[in-house]
Design a protein around this ligand. Sequence first.
Ligand code: PGA
Length: 251
Amino acid sequence: MSRKEIFAGNWKMNKTYSGAVELVRELLNNLTDIGNREVVIFPPSPYVKDMAAICENSPIKVGMQNMHYEKAGAFTGEVSPEMVKDTGASYILIGHSERRHIFGETDEDVNRKVKAALEYDLIPMICVGELLDQREKGHTDDVIKKQVEAALEGISGDDVLKVVFAYEPVWAIGTGKVATPDMAGEVHSLIRKLLSGIFNDEISISIPVLYGGSVKPDNIKGLYKIDDIDGVLVGGASLSADSFIDIISVK
Ligand code: PGA
């Protein structure tokens, strides 16, 4: 496959500082022979600068879990794109379902954040995914279409090549209910079709699309076999070096 394969760990709001350092050191000491796979970790924001320094010149890239789209100003508690860039992070997670559904992030916010990320040379990892109720009502395709099109509104064909998508069905996140490889595969090919429609086939086949939602060492194999799945975004199972490395090492 010519697309980049990415194995990302979203630590969410977990780990003490010393636990975070221990985890990243374990990953660095035990990650061998990952070939051209890219490994990305998203630690809690206060740790990102130190994690980026520890991971410098290593195969592990570091990202921030969230940021504001404005450059600066009176936005108490927020972090600007420039601040994220200054930490040494190279990725920014955008539109994770917990941001959308717990903190009310809209498609418009997601689009502004994607534009801000590109302006500051950060790689946006854009999350899309349907709620259980939306899937049960047969609305999955419409939801994904709306989220993908809105996220990319006003983005050029050159810029979109720097973007990564993650399909994360909300009902599968943290629930132990993983989408079957076929279910995930269907949405991944829909995302590719949407990218072809907005841009063209060449762009569509160049953009990595990851799967996320209860990915574990015992279900990675089936997901990885699907052609349109270019890697995974892992929550819970990325909090232990052993299970994250098992997932990264899938054959
Ligand atoms: P999970 O989380 O692997 O714990 O389901 C995935 C995510 O939220 O990115």
